[in-house]
Design a protein around this ligand. Structure first.
Ligand SMILES: Cc1cc2nc3c(=O)[nH]c(=O)nc-3n(C[C@H](O)[C@H](O)[C@H](O)COP(=O)(O)OP(=O)(O)OC[C@H]3O[C@@H](n4cnc5c(N)ncnc54)[C@H](O)[C@@H]3O)c2cc1C
Length: 348
């Protein structure tokens, strides 16, 4: 089939990569908008800790986490590039009064899912051994199946592999007047708001603070899911990020704000001593959402397919979604129940 993909973030690149490997003729357009969610993200792959109760979302992200190791090892082998993927577990911090309850809740997720790995409470000494500069004030556990990936590195590897397998990647805006009758797949992230068809796409502005840890020892620390929505990711060497803010907005302005800086700085000082850190820069990404915070994945008319609304877990879900969409379009068996994510009657 001739297929045109509009949008070259992780959703589009992953769909393109899987489709080209199934033998389709694929052209991808990416406008490289400032604020691309994939570029800004530093991501956690650990869907089992969230208290979110939406079963459709949970099915999607757990199947996605299961696919990750196989997907990454194939991609890294094909390209010789690093994606920043590390399967070194996720440390979770809690307030004392909910620690045991949270340990039970997360351990229960692993009973019928080996991907979760061991869930183990850490002593202060064990926490310091894994993350030498972090406070030991909060009780901690580790989810050994957790991992992390760097959005921009993963995207670069997918782009390389897509081109290597024969795909055409154009760093330009897609011009709708040049429609050649091919199947269109729209993966335009927050800029999906420009398209006239459903679903409606909204976005949140997410700011993330980059910092260096002084006297960093030569170890790779696992990601930290700290109190509330805060997380800390060790990128490489002495480079870390702490995130993130979530602000609903209609604006596409991507300048960092003082408000987010101050908020993230105060979060940073909760977990590290002031004298141990050096704040280096702020990153801003626009996370796309649909009406119920569930991704939309499906046809909106005979010739138009949409993958959007990946929200806060798009790094986790996009590789598997790309795999499944490529199978659906090719008439191959799928493991995802698409009716969970396609709530619009296609218009002919
Ligand atoms: C700070 C931050 C932290 C995050 N942390 C995590 C995490 O820990 N775990 C996790 O799983 N997820 C995380 N995410 C979420 C994840 O990054 C996103 O869900 C995912 O990257 C969305 O990918 P996308 O391809 O849908 O959108 P995007 O990456 O935004 O890409 C959309 C692309 O479409 C292009 N485009 C738009 N319109 C057009 C057009 N007309 N023609 C051509 N191109 C067009 C844009 O230029 C852009 O490049 C995080 C996101 C942010 C911002």
């Amino acid at each position: 089939m001739n297929i045109t993909i509009i949008g070259g973030g992780l959703a589009g690149a992953s769909a393109g990569y899987h489709l080209i490997k199934l033998g389709h003729n694929v052209t991808l357009y990416d406008r490289q908008d400032k604020g691309q969610a994939t570029f800004a993200s530093a991501g956690i792959i650990c869907p089992w800790v969230s208290q979110r109760r939406n079963k459709k979302w949970y099915r999607l992200v757990t199947k996605s986490a299961h696919y990750y190791p196989e997907f990454i090892s194939t991609l890294e082998r094909e390209t010789g590039m690093s994606t920043g993927y590390k399967n070194s577990g996720a440390i979770c911090l809690f307030k004392e009064n909910i620690f045991d309850k949270a340990t039970k809740r997360i351990s229960a997720k692993g009973i019928d899912n080996p991907d979760v790995g061991a869930v183990r409470q850490l002593s202060k000494e064990e926490l310091s051994a894994l993350h030498p500069s972090i406070t030991t004030e909060y009780p901690a556990l580790i989810v050994e199946g957790g991992g992390q990936v760097r959005g921009r590195k993963l995207l670069a590897a997918l782009k390389e592999a897509f081109i290597h397998h024969g795909g055409t990647w154009k760093n330009e805006s897609y011009d709708e007047t040049t429609d050649d009758g091919s199947l269109k797949i729209y993966t335009t992230g927050a800029w999906g708001a420009e398209q006239t068809y459903k679903p409606d796409i909204a976005h949140q502005r997410a700011e993330i603070m980059h910092f260096k840890l002084k006297n960093q020892q030569d170890i790779q620390s696992p990601v930290v899911m700290a109190l509330g929505p805060t997380y800390i990711v060790h990128l490489e060497k002495d480079e870390y990020v702490i995130g993130t803010t979530h602000i609903d907005t209609g604006s596409f302005d991507t300048s960092p704000t003082d408000e987010s800086y101050n908020y993230l700085q105060s979060e940073l000082y909760k977990y590290f001593k002031k004298e141990d850190v050096e704040i280096t820069e702020m990153g801003v990404g626009l996370k796309p959402y649909t009406r119920d915070f569930l991704p939309f994945i499906g046809y909106v008319d005979d010739n138009t397919f949409v993958i959007n609304g990946m929200g806060s877990t798009g790094l986790t879900a996009s590789p598997y979604v790309g795999h499944e969409v490529s199978h659906l379009i090719s008439g191959l068996p799928v493991g995802l129940d698409f009716s969970d994510y396609n709530y619009i009657e296609p218009q002919n």
